[in-house]
Design a protein around this ligand. Structure first.
Ligand SMILES: O=C(CO)COP(=O)(O)O
Length: 267
């Protein structure tokens, strides 16, 4: 069974002080790691203080980006080696805002993914709808070439250590989440492409997250979908109580002591 992963993506919000305060607010109220994994993607400055604050609690620290080299003359970039040494566990690679605002392409993202894996961290590889489907002559076709480009440097041994997120551009930051069935379809297609390229066993183990306007009202519906293993939450994760409400709602779906009608549908 794939353990759910509930991650906040704070983007360029919060000062270091705000970030630490948030951790203090949630630290004694998170469910056990046996039920689900929680994480927070914060900006670079907040990462080290958050690593110190989250020791021993179910709240992984996620970098929102890193560079594809370990060291060198890359002014303004942050090395994955430095992130790993600081205790960061996960790195987001190729978020749609990095692609659209900072012109990251598949080659750059593939290098980041490879470097993150080499440093012993888990990449959260971000994909959007253009990476799984395209329209030709008015018909929607499923395409995997771009996803495979991004995974080009990930070996069979390494692929079990990745997380993938599916964040369709029409749902990110707009307040209207993708129809859960469409969201699951994107995740299912990604899993199928992993199965075709690597193996069914690997595809069955990889966690695939959905991101795009997730909030306390829609999180249970989204997380009740079989092929959605977690969520990346932007705006709705900035408030500690809101974040905890969402975590609790997912825990309700998964906690063994609280079976729900949805549970048999999950893997
Ligand atoms: O970008 C996102 C997660 O990475 C989603 O952002 P919103 O939840 O604000 O739509």
């Amino acid at each position: 069974m794939r353990k759910p992963f509930i991650a906040a993506n704070w983007k360029m919000h919060k000062t270091v002080e705000d970030a630490v305060k948030f951790v203090e607010e949630v630290q004694h109220r998170l469910p056990s790691e046996d039920v689900l994994t929680c994480g927070i993607a914060a900006h670079f400055l907040a990462l080290y203080p958050m690593v110190q604050k989250t020791k021993g609690i179910n709240l992984g620290v996620i970098a929102q980006n890193s560079y594809g080299e370990f060291s060198g003359p890359y002014t303004g970039e942050v090395s994955p080696r430095a992130l790993a040494a600081a205790g960061v566990q996960y790195v987001m690679c190729g978020h749609i805002e990095r692609r659209t605002l900072f012109h990251e392409d598949n080659t750059m993202v593939a290098k980041k993914v490879a470097a993150v894996l080499q440093c012993g961290m888990t990449p959260i590889i971000c994909t959007d709808e253009t990476m799984v489907q395209q329209e030709f002559n008015g018909e929607v076709h499923y395409v995997f070439a771009q996803l495979m480009d991004v995974l080009s440097e990930v070996s069979f041994d390494q692929v079990k250590n990745i997380i993938i997120s599916y964040e369709p551009s029409w749902a990110v930051g707009v307040g209207q989440h993708a129809n859960p069935t469409l969201a699951e379809e994107g995740c299912r297609l990604i899993r199928r492409s992993i199965a075709d390229t690597y193996s069914y066993e690997v595809a069955d183990k990889i966690r695939i997250l959905y991101g795009g306007s997730v909030n306390p009202e829609n999180i249970q519906l989204i997380m009740s979908k079989r092929d959605i293993d977690g969520v990346l939450i932007g705006r709705a994760s900035l408030d500690a109580d809101n974040f905890l409400t969402m975590v609790d709602r997912v825990a309700e779906l998964y906690a063994p002591q609280k079976p729900t009608a949805k549970q048999p549908a999950k893997k």
